[in-house]
Design a protein around this ligand. Structure first.
Ligand code: BGC
Length: 365
């Protein structure tokens, strides 16, 4: 909870400077009470449920009414939900998109109705009508994914005569976060590729080739199965996998187990990281299968968003935002970027259980 409080305090300080910004916000006379629209991509992933709850509960505590919708990973559903929210007269829209470039019409309508738009976790692309971005530092998150492989596979000790063998997975091509994750990881891994101590037998390295549409773990599992049967016959043993998302990590491990990894001498399970710190992955980490994950505390992101909404509703101008890092193709979107934490077996207790992110009971302990 200390981390959550620290971030909340930072946001409060950042948002302290006053000044009217949006007619939509400042027209609210009752010191900030009103209807806020919150759209999350899907209910079928653990993190978005936590995100939705954190934002809704935080706003309701401050006296706002919240229309929270989940879009079932379906773009048409998401556009309809946003259209409805605009018609209902929400005061602010908080949007975690499915396809970051698919909402330009809705964003233009929101701007015409003077409704500020906060891009939540995923950057809304190719539109000037995005007012703020609240997320984690996605490039740093990617760097942590790279660090997991560097540390876990002891790449600093590897030699070109016996290279470490990996395959690479990336996130959904229509999600701008995938770019940061991939770039951050590849920048860390590049020196090891250059030295010849890290090899990808399939040769599939470009983000366009290794992407996983809609972060679909079943699709990733199929790709892993195909890679194993096409490139890993004979003596070639897979040592590690770059994974941007816990369910992808788990399904890649399943594909590996199905061909004897983890149960055949000389074929230990490959080392894999992940992202989101989902319960199933933490259990897998504790069981010694998945090696690590990146925890992005959804409570902190929710709290930062709630503070930003409240600031705007009071007609104040948030200050201290990053105004350099995130260009969405139409403009630089002022951003609030939070920190993430690598979780391995060693710090599950301290960073996951003690902070209350997951309880010991949820983890079956
Ligand atoms: C989020 C990740 C999440 C992924 C799949 C990304 O945009 O940043 O935390 O794992 O979407 O939902």
């Amino acid at each position: 909870m200390k981390r959550v409080k620290r971030i909340l305090m930072t946001v409060l300080v950042l948002c302290a400077a006053a000044g009217a910004v949006f007619a939509g916000g400042s027209s609210q006379s009752t010191a900030g009470k009103g209807l806020i629209g919150v759209v999350m991509p899907t209910r079928s992933e653990e993190r978005w449920i936590k995100d939705g709850n954190a934002v809704k509960e935080g706003l309701e505590k401050l006296g706002y009414t919240v229309d929270l919708q989940y879009s079932d990973d379906d773009i048409a559903t998401q556009t309809r939900q946003i259209d409805d929210m605009i018609t209902k007269g929400v005061k602010i829209l908080v949007i975690a998109s499915i396809d970051g470039s698919a909402l330009s019409n809705q964003l233009a309508n929101a701007a015409a109705a003077k409704i500020p738009v906060i891009s939540y976790d995923r950057l809304l692309m190719q539109s000037p009508n995005v007012d703020y971005y609240v997320s984690f530092d996605n490039y740093k998150v990617g760097g942590q994914m790279g660090d997991i492989l560097i540390t876990g596979l002891k790449l600093d000790q590897a030699v070109a005569a016996k290279p470490v063998i990996v395959e690479l997975f990336a996130g959904s091509p229509d999600d701008n976060n995938s770019v940061g994750f991939y770039q951050g990881a590849m920048d860390k891994l590049k020196p090891y590729f250059d030295r010849g101590v890290l090899k990808v037998p399939s040769g599939q390295i470009d983000r366009a080739v290794i992407g996983t549409l809609r972060w679909d773990a079943a699709e990733a599992q199929k790709r892993m199965e195909n890679l194993l049967s096409a490139y890993y016959s004979g003596d070639v043993v897979l040592n590690g996998i770059l994974s941007p998302y816990d369910p992808i990590s788990l399904s890649c491990l399943e594909a590996c187990k199905a061909v004897g990894y983890g149960s055949t001498p000389g074929k230990p399970l490959p080392l894999v990281g992940g992202q989101d710190c989902i319960v199933a992955s933490v259990k897998s980490i504790l069981a010694g299968e998945q090696y690590a994950t990146v925890l992005k505390d959804t409570r902190s992101l929710g709290a930062a968003t709630v503070t930003l909404v409240d600031t705007l509703m009071q007609g104040k101008t948030p200050t201290g935002l990053d105004t350099k890092s995130y260009h969405n193709g139409a403009k630089i979107v002022p951003s609030l970027l939070l920190d993430s934490v690598i979780v391995t077996k060693d710090n599950v207790q301290k960073d996951v259980i003690d902070t209350g992110y997951h309880t010991a009971a949820e983890l079956g302990l």
